[in-house]
Design a protein around this ligand. Structure first.
Ligand code: FAD
Ligand code: NAI
Length: 483
């Protein structure tokens, strides 16, 4: 345990965590399990952070509800299920989403209590190592003395210069999760996870959605072939894409927003778009405002992320940082892994961890919850080419998977990249039904350094979507059975 400010008194915490998101609250739960005297400080009035309150959970609730609506509108009749006049009760859909969020938030409060963690409601700052000052939500100040501090303050939407968000017509994801009416026309700026997920929600509910993306492809960082196929499928569902384009201005004029679009590069001709709502989803940036990090000497990189060592410790002994506010994938499960590994380190344990910033983020899966879903772990084909690594590719389409056919799913594929000689799995990329769940088999295989042959020789239940993974693994050696 770090002894940055060792004081032995009952009033001294072993660890105070600032931020109650998936990074912070999970770190707090693990610290409690390990018998550390722990407090978790959260200012939003609810635990769960961005993820539970305005991120993963409400977006997945709306994705699920809107999928049911789209299914009733377009595909249930194929199954012989005839729905009469279909209508949308957006209020009820939103109320369901809020209920799911509220129940999960309450569950976290219960878990903190169960693990003996003090939940302090208020805004934390660090006047000095070993001390957290809390401006309490219901008034007053509280000073917490502690041996260790974990900064888990997360991230916020990156603003687009010149475009003012009002959360009514010009929105971040937070506003786009709570619209009171379906916009007739929605422009989404940025074809990343947020843009495609929330673009899908509103498109299914009736919006005409145009996605404007700076790059010449969607979903940067994902395997190129999967990106192309995903774009094709989303286009079929009704989303339009303007690639290699940037929005330079968005001005509200009465009930409408007028956008100026320019080519991303060069002096090609610009164009204008009109919309009822605009979603700005061009990425997120670390949030560390008001903590006093600079004053105590904690270093941040040029993009504002807190710099940490392989034990999540900042430049200041006894001050650690995890989750979205440190470099690495900005994902809830990565923040959770960070939290556990960081606190175990504080408690003197040194277990290797996929959340260890010592370079193991390559086994953190990424999932985009469009339908079909997109899921990925490890290296992309483009990355292997760039690094000159020799590989073999195995692919299998869901159109040849019997379970996918029984469900009426034909789009997508599993793609496995394996080392040419050693056959070790280097990357797995899936576009398909339940890809977000299927990817876990690949993550586990990679965690145990499996070869494609290992996966191919593992018995898979039939009929199941997972058989597509087995077949793709067989295809690495040119011996897929059903294609
Ligand atoms: P956060 O969840 O941001 O939590 C930080 C907390 O710290 C906040 O509650 C904040 O109020 C609090 N805080 C900040 N400063 C202080 C202070 N000074 N004092 C007290 N409290 C403070 N990720 C996925 O893995 N899967 C998904 O499906 C997914 N969907 C998403 C959808 C949307 C729309 C968005 C916006 C994000 C999504 N993410 C998803 C990303 C995910 O939400 C983040 O990666 C995750 O929440 C990061 O966790 P964190 O604990 O680091 O930070
Ligand atoms: P992102 O970084 O995933 O995508 C942003 C996109 O905007 C990129 O494609 C980028 O090229 C584009 N862009 C940037 N500037 C632009 C401009 N001026 N004009 C047009 N396009 C521009 O960011 P996003 O989607 O906002 O998500 C933020 C974070 O939240 C991500 O880190 C993501 O991992 C996380 N998240 C994860 C989800 C999941 O795991 N399912 C769901 C939603 C968010």
């Amino acid at each position: 345990m770090s002894d940055a400010n060792p004081k032995d008194s009952d009033a001294v915490y072993d660890v105070v965590i600032i931020g109650g998101g998936p990074g912070g609250y999970v770190a707090a739960l693990r610290a409690g399990q390990l018998g550390l005297r722990t407090a978790c400080v959260e200012m939003r009035g609810a635990l769960g952070g961005t993820c539970l309150n305005v991120g993963c959970i409400p977006s997945k609730a709306l994705l699920h509800s809107s999928e049911r609506f789209a299914e009733a509108a377009h595909s249930l009749s194929e199954h012989g299920v005839i729905v009469g006049d279909l209508s949308l009760d957006l209020g009820a859909m939103m109320a369901r989403k809020e209920k799911v969020v509220a129940e999960l938030v309450k569950g976290i409060e219960f878990l903190l209590k169960k693990n003996g963690v003090d939940y302090v409601r208020g805004r934390g700052s660090i006047p000095a190592p070993g001390r957290v000052e809390v401006a309490l939500s219901d008034g007053g100040q509280q000073t917490l003395e502690t041996r260790n501090i974990v900064v888990a303050t997360g991230s916020e939407a990156t603003p687009l210069p010149g475009i003012e968000v009002d959360e009514k017509r010009i929105l971040t994801s937070t506003g786009a999760l709570s619209l009171e009416a379906v916009p007739e026309k929605l422009v989404v700026i940025g074809a990343g996870a947020i843009g495609l997920e929330l673009g899908s929600v509103w498109s299914r509910l009736g919006s005409e959605v145009t996605v404007v993306e700076f790059l010449d492809h969607i979903l940067p960082g994902m395997d190129g072939e999967i990106c192309k196929q995903t774009q094709r499928v989303l286009k079929k569902q009704g989303l339009s894409f303007l690639l290699s384009s940037k929005v330079t201005t968005a001005k509200t004029e009465g009930e409408r927003v007028r956008l100026q679009i320019e080519p991303a590069e060069g002096d090609g001709e610009g164009s204008t778009l009109e919309a009822d709502a605009v979603l700005v989803s061009i990425g997120r940036r670390p949030y560390t405002e008001g903590l006093g990090l600079d004053e105590i000497g904690v270093k941040r990189n040029e993009r504002g992320f807190v710099e940490i060592d392989a034990h999540f410790q900042t430049a200041i002994p006894g001050v650690f940082a995890i989750g979205d506010c440190v470099p690495g994938p900005m994902l809830a499960h990565k923040a959770e892994e960070d939290g556990v590994a960081c606190v175990e380190g504080i408690a003197g344990q040194g277990a290797a961890h996929s959340g260890d910033p010592g370079g193991h983020y390559d086994r953190v899966p990424g999932v985009v919850y469009t339908w079909p879903e997109v899921a990925s772990v490890g290296r992309t084909q483009e990355e292997l080419d760039a690094d000159g690594i020799a590989y073999r590719v195995g692919k299998f389409p869901f159109s040849a998977n019997s379970r996918a056919r029984t469900s009426g799913e034909r789009d997508g594929l599993v793609k496995i990249l394996a080392d040419e000689k050693a056959d070790r799995i280097l990357g797995v990329h899936i576009l398909g039904p339940m890809a977000g769940d299927l990817i876990q088999e690949a993550v586990l295989a990679m965690e145990f350094a499996a070869s494609a042959e290992d996966l191919a020789r593992t018995c898979h239940a039939h009929p199941a979507m997972g058989e597509a993974l087995k077949e793709a693994a067989l295809a690495v050696d040119g011996r897929a059975l059903h294609a």
